[in-house]
Design a protein around this ligand. Structure first.
Ligand SMILES: [Zn+2]
Length: 259
């Protein structure tokens, strides 16, 4: 009896066990089937992908167009203005106030401010003494210079030519671009070569490139720039160009030729 009961119970347990195993196998099969169907739909169903794709491609396109036209977008930084390359008469620029009655191209204002702040935090006193100029202001500066030279005895033609090496001919001044500033040391505000020895200029010579600025009319480059050595006139060219110009010692004209 006992044995029979055990056998019966044993048989019952085996059947229960088999049923459970069958159920588990079926469950796994169903799960596999459902997974396979989901996977197949995901791989083949175009509607699901087409929802995602336009978003991706729009973002990608934006990214691509930014990298393709990256040079064009940055070309304003390398704008060449000199006696040979005058600004167009309809040139316009969006200005930003940088204090002290000065304004510059709004795109360079943050870097200019950061540079001045860093110089000040090193205990120095940089001062902007010239920034954006309208064509009219440049014209009157130029005319004044010509008049002073004539008063010194220069013939009018010679006075015009000489004035052009010190004050840019209207339309050819970087100050009309809003990309240039004249910076001096508060303790020496003379625009002459003594500026080079001031603590502010020494700091600028060492650090201005880190903010995208270069000394635009370096010593020994007057033949190329057409402008006398001006250890106070800083021009924004962007950080990459500023670093390269700083490292190579080229002036902007030379840099643009080799770029
Ligand atoms: Zn200047």
């Amino acid at each position: 009896m006992i044995c029979e009961t055990r056998r019966y119970r044993g048989g019952h347990r085996r059947r229960v066990h088999r049923t459970r195993r069958l159920f588990l196998v079926l469950l796994m099969a169903v799960l596999l089937l459902v997974s396979a169907i989901v996977l197949m739909r995901w791989l083949t169903a175009p509607p699901a992908l087409s929802v995602i794709e336009p978003v991706q491609s729009a973002a990608q396109q934006e990214k691509d167009s930014a990298s393709v036209s990256g040079e064009d977008q940055d070309s304003w930084q390398l704008l060449l203005v000199n006696a040979q390359y005058a600004l167009p008469d309809d040139f316009t620029v969006e200005l930003a106030d940088v204090g002290g009655g000065h304004s510059v191209d709004a795109r360079i204002a943050p870097e200019l401010q950061a540079m001045l702040d860093a110089c000040k935090s090193d205990g120095l006193s940089p001062l902007i003494c010239s920034s954006y100029r309208t064509r009219e202001i440049q014209q009157s500066l130029f005319d004044n210079k010509v008049q002073r030279l004539i008063a010194e005895g220069y013939a009018p033609d010679a006075a015009q030519a000489k004035a052009g090496t010190v004050v840019a001919v209207p339309g050819t001044s970087e100050h009309e671009t809003g990309l240039a500033v004249d910076l001096v040391d508060e303790n020496n505000q003379n625009l002459d070569e003594t500026q080079e020895q001031t603590a502010v200029q020494q700091w600028m010579i060492a650090h201005s490139w880190e903010y995208g600025f270069v000394l635009r009319y370096p010593n020994g480059k007057s033949d190329v720039t057409g402008i006398i050595y001006e250890p106070w006139h800083y021009r924004y060219v962007g950080k990459e160009a500023a670093r390269e110009i700083h490292e190579t010692g080229l002036c902007l004209e030379e840099y643009l030729q080799t770029a």
